[in-house]
Design a protein. Structure first.
Lengths: 341, 440
């Protein structure tokens, strides 16, 4: 009987322990399962973060100098090759480095981002207020006064030819014009203007060679007032900005005649010196607009960028050939594309 | 050109020229700076690379020749590199019968034609001018007016035909020593204009073809020069507008592209403003710093003599000696050129001060010339009435006479003190001159 009991007890005990064991196992299993589950959950929770991180790491990066500098150095050289003044090219490069280094961008897009930034920067430089010549002339006409344009620039930059082209343009818009032969220095400058005038069918107001250019412009304005002529275009002698006496003479012409528009004519073939020319003419008399000539000889014409960067004045026209028709409106998008291509 | 870049280069030059040890690192940094300067002077990227590579090869990879320090060797090599491109020899047009001028629009061909004619005339030759530009309105008129100004015959064709003009000109001026042909400005890449030039070249068969390029031209200079060379073959280059602020680096490219050398420089708007090319002066200007060696040589020439030294030490420096010194300084060349020759000084001195300084020296000479020998030897006798007389005689103001006397006293003291301390070593007087000349 006892033995039976013992057996039963042991059986119970066995069962119990077994159950306990089982329980333990079960517990363990549960724990494990829970752990697995938790871990699973963890990983499930963690996974999107990690992927994001990896994705970010793969696709987004901070630009550092090593990404930016080689491209910008190439840019600087190609700008210099295109006759952008070295000083200007260097400034553009420096600004771009500052702007781009440390910027977060999508990986693989470094070049694109840098190129876009370059384009944006160049376009911004060229983004100067434009002037509407026709509107300005019309406004002055309403007041019953002639619009006076003074042309200035270095020797051989193309002032006289540019004037003739502008007369052609203005006449097509229905305005009457007269030339003031205020270059009283260079041999045959007056004859040159007279020949243009003959072809264009307008008059030239002139004095002798060696006469005071300020007086010539003054007379031309009086002539225009008396004869109801809309526009006076005054030619001045080419002068180097380094000669103080000649710059003083220019100042006098401006002081006496108060022109409505002072147009600086710059040869687009000019290299680094374009900056110096623009700066000094602007400082002396204040430039209102710039005309770049001979653009057909050098389409890249980096001088356009350096000059605009330096004095931030509107570009009136580009001279693109020998004919009177060869006058173009400046298109900055096209220019920038040509420049960095 | 007083730019910040110029200043930084001049500082670098100072460092190189006056550094106690010039090592490879310094040379390397010098070359880097030089590249910037050349680029700013419109020298093409390609040429800049070539020049700096050569400098490296000659100055870093090989030892300087005996008797030369690395420093001297570096400066010398740089000059040689640039002069190699630009030409060593001052050129001569004597014996050249037919001279043809070609170039881009507005480069200054017609004015240069006049200047060259005047130059030849001054050499005792009989030149003539032929107008072959019938594109630009009134270009023949311009040549005619120039001819009238300097008394040189000009031929113009009535039908405005450049070819006929050339033929007639050659016939008409058979007896003349030289005939200068002024051609129309053109884009060498324009087919029509290029063909015209080619034909003109065949008719004239020139023995000198001068490409006229402005100093401020950019990179396009090289390409255009190459095209012109293909069309007619260039024998020399004239750089115009050298009186502006441009450095003339575009000319380097033109020379490199064609192998032709610079022959003349246009330095102003008057017909006398033509200089025969001088490599040292031109290269100095191009790179924006002066030639120390040339300065030293010139300074040596202007150095005072033994007996003058004695006089100074004894305190018997007179106005007559002062006059000699002014003359000596003027012999060294215009002050601005002199200043450019001193490294580090070229950029720091404003043009205005130099101009004033030069005018002053002229006046001082006139003032001293208006003194009696007695006054020159013993300035202390100069009283109010004498000052009045001297001012009248020299066309100056009394205050200017007084200023001269004051400066003279100052200089006398300065010289005496320096002479006393240093025993007037070689070069000590130059220091005085420098201080005296530049620091007032």
């Amino acid at each position: 009987m006892f033995s039976l009991l013992k057996k039963k007890l042991s059986e119970v005990a066995k069962k119990l322990t077994g159950k306990a064991k089982e329980k333990e196992v079960k517990k363990k299993e549960v724990k494990k399962a829970e752990r697995v589950k938790r871990e699973k959950e963890k990983t499930v929770k963690k996974k999107p973060k990690l992927i994001e991180k990896i994705v970010r790491k793969v696709t987004v990066k901070k630009l550092d100098e090593n990404d930016v500098l080689p491209i910008l150095q190439d840019l600087e050289l190609s700008l210099v090759e295109a006759d952008v003044a070295f000083e200007t090219a260097e400034k553009i490069k420096k600004n771009l480095v500052n702007e781009l280094v440390g910027k977060e961008i999508r990986r693989g897009k470094e070049k694109e981002v840098v190129l876009n930034a370059i384009k944006k920067t160049l376009l911004k430089i060229l983004d100067v207020p434009s002037i509407d010549l026709v509107k300005m002339v019309r406004g002055k006409k309403k007041q019953g006064k002639p619009f006076v344009i003074l042309f200035l620039g270095y020797n051989g930059s193309g002032k006289t030819t540019s004037m003739a082209k502008l007369v052609h343009f203005l006449k097509k818009k229905g305005f009457s014009c007269v030339f003031a032969a205020a270059d009283t220095f260079r041999a045959a400058s007056i004859e040159q203007l007279e020949e243009h005038a003959r072809k264009l069918g307008i008059k030239v107001i002139k004095h002798r060679y060696g006469a005071d250019p300020a007086a010539v412009v003054f007379d031309a304005i009086k002539h225009a007032e008396a004869n109801r002529i809309d526009v006076v275009l005054a030619d001045t002698a080419g002068r180097t900005h380094a000669n103080r006496n000649l710059m003083d003479e220019l100042k006098k012409i401006v002081r006496v005649n108060k022109p409505d528009l002072k147009v600086l004519v710059i040869d687009s073939l000019t290299g680094n010196d374009a900056v110096e020319q623009a700066k000094m003419f602007d400082e002396a008399v204040g430039v209102d607009a710039v005309m770049f000539t001979k653009v057909d000889v050098n389409e890249k014409g980096g001088a356009i960028l350096s000059v605009t960067h330096t004095i931030k004045k509107p570009i009136l026209f580009l001279g693109t050939g020998q004919g009177y028709e060869d006058l173009e409106i400046f298109e900055k998008e096209k220019f920038v594309k040509d420049l960095i291509s | 050109m007083p730019t910040s870049l110029g200043k930084s280069l001049s500082n670098l030059m100072k460092r190189i020229l006056f550094s106690k040890r010039l090592d490879k690192k310094e040379v390397e940094s010098f070359i880097k700076e030089l590249q910037r300067v050349l680029l700013q002077a419109d020298v093409s990227v390609e040429l800049v690379k070539k020049i700096s590579d050569n400098l490296r090869k000659k100055c870093l990879e090989t030892k300087p020749p005996p008797g030369l320090t690395l420093r001297e060797h570096l400066i010398k090599t740089l000059y040689e590199e640039l002069v190699e491109l630009l030409g060593k020899e001052p050129s001569s047009l004597i014996g050249k019968r037919r001279i043809m001028l070609i170039g881009l629009f507005g480069s200054g061909k017609t004015t240069t034609a006049g200047k060259l004619a005047k130059y030849l005339q001054k050499q005792g030759l009989k030149p003539a001018l032929v107008a072959c530009d019938y594109h630009r309105p009134a270009a023949p008129d311009q040549l005619k007016q120039i001819g009238e100004q300097i008394g040189i015959p000009v031929h113009v064709n009535k039908d405005k035909d450049p070819f006929k003009a050339a033929k007639e000109g050659m016939e008409k001026f058979k007896q003349m020593d030289s005939i200068i042909f002024d051609t129309a400005g053109r884009n060498a890449l324009d087919k029509e204009l290029a063909d015209e030039l080619k034909k003109l070249g065949r008719i004239i068969n020139p023995d000198e073809v001068l490409l006229v390029i402005p100093a401020d031209i950019g990179k396009v200079g090289g390409k255009q020069a190459e095209e012109f060379n293909k069309l007619v073959g260039i024998t020399g280059v004239v750089i115009t507008k050298m009186d502006g602020t441009a450095r003339g680096g575009g000319a380097l490219a033109a020379c490199a592209a064609t192998g032709a050398k610079v022959k003349f420089l246009g330095t102003g708007e008057r017909l006398d403003d033509l200089e025969v090319y001088d490599p040292i002066r031109f290269v100095s200007r191009l790179i924006g710093f002066g030639d120390l060696q040339a300065l030293m040589e010139k300074a040596r020439e202007a150095e005072i003599k033994e007996e003058d030294v004695k006089k100074i030490v004894e305190g018997s420096f007179t106005l007559a000696d002062f006059y000699k010194q002014i003359e000596a300084m003027q012999k060294m060349g215009p002050l601005d050129q002199l200043a450019q020759m001193i490294p580090g000084l070229g950029y720091t001195l404003p043009q205005d001060i130099l101009q004033i300084q030069e005018e002053k020296m002229k006046k001082w000479k006139a003032i001293i010339q208006s003194m009696t020998p007695e006054e020159r030897e013993n300035p202390s006798i100069i009283n109010k009435s004498r000052i009045e007389r001297i001012a009248k005689g020299s066309g100056t103001k009394e205050s200017e006479v007084r200023e001269l006397l004051r400066q003279f006293e100052k200089m006398k003291k300065l010289i005496k003190s320096m002479g006393g301390i240093k025993g007037l070593k070689r070069g000590a007087f130059q220091k005085v001159l420098k201080r005296f000349g530049f620091k007032m």
